[in-house]
Unconditional design. Sequence first.
Length: 638
Amino acid sequence: MCGITGILAFNEVGRFSMINLQKATDVLAQRGPDWGDTYLSFWAGLGHRRLAIIDTSPTGNQPISDHTGRYTIVFNGEIYNYKQLRKHLVEKGIPFRTHSDTEVLLYAYITWGTYALELLHGFFAFAIYDKSENSLFLARDRYGVKPLLYYIDEDRFLFASEMKSIIQYGIEKKLNLLALRHYLHLNYIPAPNTIFENIYKLLPAHYAKIQHGKIKIDAYYQIPKHYTEHPSQLSYEEQKIRLKDLMQASIRKRLVADVPVGAFLSGGIDSSVAVALASQEIENLQTFSIGYYENKFFDETHYAEIVAKHFRTKHTTFKLSNKDLLSNLEDMLNYLDEPFADSSALPVFILSKFVKQFVKVAISGDGADEMWGGYNKHFAEYQIRKGGILANLIQILLPLWKNLPQSRNHFWSNKFRQLARFAEGANLSPQERYWFWAGFCKNNDVEQLLHPTLRSQAKTEYQNDKERILQHLQKKDIEGLNEVFYTDMHLVLADDMLVKVDLMSMANSLEVREPFLDHELVNFLFSLPVSSKIDKAIRKKLLQDTFRDILPPEIYKRPKHGFEVPLLDWLRTDLRSLIENDLLQDRFVEEQGIFNVQEVKRLKKQLFSKNPQDSHARIWGLLVFQHWWKRFQNKNLL
């Protein structure tokens, strides 16, 4: 796990930017505190910061060139099957000088070209410079575990793991209003957009080649739609056997390291399965969970401790107070290069900070919910598509739900909130319902929140991009849920969940690995019918049934709960001054000229009312944006 950056100059003007390469490399130090170095040729420069995991000796330091000096690589990630690939390459006469997966990756590309990407098991973002043809090749892993951003103009091509590195090259920063519209709805920005115009995210499962001032981008992998084209013919019992084999293989791959490996443990099914299998491979596996002293509604550490005891792991529980959350907030926000308002990023930041004291690598359960139908919205979608008296009754009672207190902070108010969203979503098309449940806004909320002078800008582009994101949602029957899972993999997982884990772990120099995102496992899951994943009684059905005999029964009797923070109470107390007297102060919002001050005032009033609904999430999104805006010299953005 590392940080990478680089430049390919197209002319002498572009070459001048190479003086910033060292600075662009240095700002990635938290991603790679163990080593840093650069490579320079006449037209290109590459920078690397290393977090040493495999071949921790100096021979594994990057950038690495091949024995001829023609090709040079900078690489962020891990290739789990590098030993097998190395064996094949040695048989072809490749003269390896290190024991690193980086050198294997370099020679795999030299030997097999883009086909090498199909052979890789792991997660990655890398760049290879070809000195002979003066070209640059970039690629990103299948699901977007590792980030890769780029910028291109008539003089140069720039790339980096994080935007803070690209900014060091001295680019113009201009607010991307399309990205802003997405952010106000989702609380994050979907790829390929970023908050700045002309900086883009390379999409997962894509590669790019830059030569002669041009960029060509293509895909090398797609999640297969076998659920419609070639559905699995395995019986349910055979599916369970296959799943167990794939999960065990995935876990073994993700334990490949030359440093200690631990595991996040929430006590949910996903992380519990990962810990169950990892504990079979590592004696006294170290596991870690996080909870809250002052708000038991959000605390799940009891279940994590049950699992840890069951599998005899060496478990550590970190209990947080509101003071702990506040003391880490500034550091977390300051690490963000663009607005990102998933509030669970803060506990992930703190957990990573604590875990780094014990291990360099942690495995997690990320990815399972999106593929298996693990979210509450998936169960709601199932109920609507299935129909019946209960679903109809909930819709009829919408006026009642609207008048009951709604928030995420307590059991009943959260239940009323969910019932209201269910009833409102039930009357929409599959595409519009997905978009409604994916975000925090209703029909015209984004429009109302924007300053009147900005409402007409990027409106058409936003609608077109929304249609692109939702294009796979076509069916209205139960099997159409697989299309929902497919869309979640490309939006929620790639642009929210994985971004959160990468940023928060890398801010603390910790590598996180996701066993549920092994591509062989993903391909298998997308061959299965919906009935193997969710029904009226259970979510993540096959996963739960496959491992029921080894997991403690208590975790099957618990309610589904996200990795959340007590945000509503926090905004009403500790952060109230920040809302009223600083970042959302009326005069500041008015002078800024981005948001409609009247709509911001309405949201603030709703936040402090008896029926806050999801206003706390929208206020949090605004606070994160305003903090970011102040950091990035607001006068130059519009």
